[in-house]
Each structure stands twice: as structure tokens, then as C-alpha cells.
Ligand binder design. Structure first.
Ligand SMILES: [Ca+2]
Ligand SMILES: [Ca+2]
Length: 345
């Protein structure tokens, strides 16, 4: 790694790493020591919240990871190539999160995913949270590569990574605070994909903290007090009523070809799957079917003249928060004269 030093006239120097993301460059192992200190950060590099109040979404003081989990943000199936745990003391204060890199080069990023209890609310438009902040404790070694970063994955998979620049204010083994803005692209780089910064922040699928700090194997950065400017509120999920079911029938000239059912007003992110079933009680013979899908399901019927026949569509929803909803059914009278949509009763 090559460090370039930039100094201003007031004797403030920035040491900027010229390497990219360290994981792709790791080619050596390292053993390192980790000096633990307590107390407030000696340096606060974080921006202040201008709207709302800082809300802590991870202080690790109860000895638990509090739902934060190690994942590979780039290739989730590859897993987290490290050991993520809570160190019970030495944080800022008390417990803090820390990873040990067990893979080194090629192991994928050591990204830590926000807990499921708030994940559903840390997605979508992140600008309402203004910024994310966290405290960092770097290992006391010379082979540092990054002061940790925030990662945001957009709905299309594009990933943006905040600045990991090391700073003259970050002597190893002293806690400091840093932040990454959800409303300003300063310091962010596109790690993968093609979507713009603003579109990713406006429609995020996941938020991570990358704890990578050193080249190669060993103890990575400690992280404590992950916070945003506004309380993430878990969306309230209400089971759909029969009146939420809409049926669109593809038809014309008295002939019905196909149909599609939709649960209206349901956030698809809140639904694991829906057990759909339907029954067409036609004069020339009943037809029925079922499928497991999201909040929209195609219904395949044998085309025919069904004007005035009855169609029952039922939906049993399994929500992502674990709620198993009752099966609800709506009745429709088939109209095959034109493509049309009917609301459930
Ligand atoms: Ca703590
Ligand atoms: Ca490493």
C-alpha cells in the first residue's frame, strides 16, 4: 500500500491510501495486537445530524451482536469469511463489535448487515435518515488499509461504498467517530453496478458496515454505536383483507383468456410469499388452481365464454415478520366482454 500525504498550511495532513478495496489486494498474513481503550472518542470526524436526533441502532453493550450479522454483500452465498463477535469491554463504552479475518485475499468483503428487526425500515429512501455514524477502533498495526466503510446496496444490486480513507486523527487503538451521508455523494464510490448514487440512496435494499481495516488475516476494526439521525420504525404489517384482492381478467368479445390476481396496498418487502388458490365455477365445468408467489399471481384458465360465471380467488399471506395470515377469499363475476379489473368483496 502506498500512502500519499496531503498537507494544508495549517499543518493538517491527510494520508490517503492509493489502493482500492483492500480485500482484492490482500496478499499477506498478519498477526496484530489490539490495545483496548475506553471513553469518548478522542476525535469526532462525524457530521452532525441536522434533522432529527441521533438514534443508536447498535451499542453491543449487552454482549450481543444485537442482530447485526456478518454477510458477503457482493456474493451472499459465499458467506462471511471471518469470525464476528462482541468484545464485552473496551468499547465506547462497554461492548463492541469486532471481526477476525480468516480468509485474507479473495475472501470477500467483511460486511456486517443491519439486524432484521430494523432491516425492513433501513431500506427504501435512506435520505430520511440523513446519515449513518459509527465509532471505530483500529488495530494498532502498520498495515492498515481502511478506517471502515458504510455500504449501501440499491434495489438493482448496485453497491456504493463510503470513504475508507485513513486519517491523521486516527492513531491506532483510539476510538473515533465517522459518518457517511445519505444525501451527499462526497466520499462515496460506486463499488459495483451502474445505478446513480441518488437512485441507490432513494431505493436501498440493504445497509452494511464493512469492518475491513488491515491487509490480510487478523483482527479487524472494532465498531461501536452505529447510529442514524432518525429512529428506524419497523413498518406495521396488517394482514390483507378480502377487499385487498384485485382480479384483472384478460378478455374481449365475450371470450376470457387469462387473469391475474393482485393484493393491493401490500408492501412486497413485507411479504415472504402468498399461497394463492382460485376456483372458476363455469357452466361448462369448474377449473381451479393454486400457486405460491408474491403479492401478484397469474391465474391460468382455459379460455372460454364465462360471462356471468363466478370466480373465487383466495390469498393466504406469510409475512416477513413471521405473521401467518388467515386465508381470505374474494368472489368475482366474470366479465368477458373486455379486459377489466374488479375489486374483492
Ligand atoms: Ca458499546
Ligand atoms: Ca483483512
Amino acid at each position: 500500500m502506498i500512502l500519499k500525504r496531503y498537507c494544508s498550511t495549517v499543518l493538517v495532513c491527510l494520508f490517503v491510501s492509493t489502493v482500492g478495496h483492500s480485500k482484492g489486494l490482500e496478499n499477506q498474513s498478519s498477526a496484530n495486537t489490539f490495545i483496548e481503550k475506553t471513553g469518548s472518542p478522542t476525535v469526532d470526524l462525524s457530521a452532525a445530524c441536522t434533522s432529527g436526533v441521533e438514534k443508536n441502532i447498535g451499542n453491543f453493550d449487552n454482549g450481543s451482536l444485537q442482530g447485526w450479522s456478518g454477510v458477503n454483500a457482493v456474493n451472499p452465498s459465499n458467506g462471511f469469511n471471518g469470525i464476528l463477535s462482541v468484545v464485552p469491554s473496551g468499547g465506547n463504552p462497554a461492548g463492541y463489535l469486532r471481526a477476525v479475518d480468516t480468509a485474507g485475499a479473495g475472501g470477500g468483503p467483511l460486511t456486517v448487515l443491519s439486524p432484521s428487526t430494523i432491516r425492513d425500515s433501513l431500506i427504501g429512501d435512506l435520505t430520511r435518515f440523513e446519515l449513518i455514524k459509527w465509532d471505530v477502533l483500529l488495530p494498532d498495526v502498520t498495515n492498515l488499509t481502511s478506517s471502515t466503510t458504510a455500504w449501501v446496496k440499491g434495489a438493482d444490486g448496485t453497491i456504493f461504498r463510503s470513504s475508507g480513507a485513513l486519517s491523521p486523527f486516527t492513531p491506532a487503538a483510539n476510538w473515533f467517530s465517522k459518518s457517511a451521508s445519505f444525501v451527499s455523494s462526497n466520499g462515496w464510490t460506486r463499488f459495483s453496478g451502474s445505478a446513480s448514487y441518488s437512485s441507490v440512496m432513494a431505493n436501498a435494499a440493504a445497509v452494511y458496515i464493512d469492518v475491513e481495516a488491515i491487509i490480510g488475516l487478523g483482527t479487524e476494526a472494532g465498531v461501536d454505536n452505529i447510529r442514524v439521525c432518525k429512529e428506524p420504525v419497523e413498518p406495521v404489517f396488517s394482514c390483507p383483507e378480502a377487499s385487498s384482492i384485485r382480479l384483472t381478467v384478460i378478455a374481449g368479445g365475450g371470450f376470457c383468456e387469462d387473469a391475474q390476481a393482485v393484493l393491493e396496498g401490500i408492501n412486497s418487502n413485507s411479504v415472504n410469499y402468498v399461497n394463492w388458490s382460485w376456483l372458476l365455477e363455469a357452466a361448462n365445468g369448474n377449473q381451479s388452481g393454486s400457486s405460491i408467489s408474491g403479492s401478484t399471481a397469474p391465474i391460468y384458465i382455459n379460455g372460454g365464454h364465462y360471462n356471468g360465471d363466478q370466480m373465487d380467488v383466495c390469498a393466504q399471506t406469510e409475512a416477513s415478520n413471521g405473521t401467518s395470515c388467515d386465508n381470505v377469499c374474494a368472489n368475482f363475476v366474470m366479465n368477458c366482454d373486455t379486459t377489466n379489473t374488479q375489486g374483492g368483496d
